[in-house]
Ligand binder design. Structure first.
Ligand SMILES: Cc1cc2nc3c(=O)[nH]c(=O)nc-3n(C[C@H](O)[C@H](O)[C@H](O)COP(=O)(O)O)c2cc1C
Length: 166
């Protein structure tokens, strides 16, 4: 399987757990992403608690799949240590590595957006008791896929320009 081309958002899960060694690999991959000035401003909160999953679902309309999944990883960034305004880019790179590492280990996942949505960010930051400088970036739901949707974002030659826009 070509991990990069086959990755897709998974929104249905079995109740099978994510193995500890696979979770560690996924988190190591997250920490191996590029980060501006190597500040490594991210941290990761692994959430397995079902009650917390319900609380997340109550404040994040587009993250209902968490109710069936074994775990989610909340990606957060520390704005006191991020370089300039690169916190979202650092956290996005880490988030993408989580998706790809999960696929590499045979799991499905989906990136649920938090950052940039003021209402969601506030609710999630409150739920996880985050200090003022720690910003919630994304919530990545991970588990064994029960979703038979197909990868959808293939080759689009019209997206490619050479040398300049025209
Ligand atoms: C910044 C961002 C926020 C997203 N937020 C959500 C979300 O809240 N819930 C969800 O189900 N999918 C979310 N997605 C997943 C996209 O819907 C998905 O990546 C897109 O439809 C392409 O499908 P694919 O991932 O299967 O290629 C998000 C993706 C990104 C990059």
């Amino acid at each position: 399987m070509d991990i990069l081309l086959e990755r897709k958002s998974v929104r249905k899960y079995t109740d099978e757990d994510v193995k500890k060694e696979d979770l560690d690999y996924i988190l190591l991959a997250a920490m191996s992403a590029p980060t501006a000035r190597n500040t490594r401003c991210y941290s990761f909160i692994v959430v397995k608690d079902k009650e917390t999953h319900q609380k997340i679902a109550a404040v994040h309309r587009a993250a209902q799949m968490i109710l069936q999944a074994p775990l989610a990883i909340l990606v957060v960034g520390d704005q006191n240590i991020a370089y300039k305004k690169y916190l979202p880019q650092d956290c996005a790179a880490a988030t993408q590595n989580i998706l790809l590492a999960a696929a590499a280990k045979g799991y499905g996942s989906v990136w649920c957006g938090v950052y940039s949505d003021e209402e969601r960010s506030e609710a999630i930051e409150k739920l996880f008791n985050l200090p003022e400088n720690i910003k919630a970036f994304s919530l990545v739901v991970v588990g064994k896929s029960a979703d038979n949707n197909l990868p959808k974002n293939g080759w689009q030659p019209e997206k490619i320009k050479y040398e300049a826009w025209k």
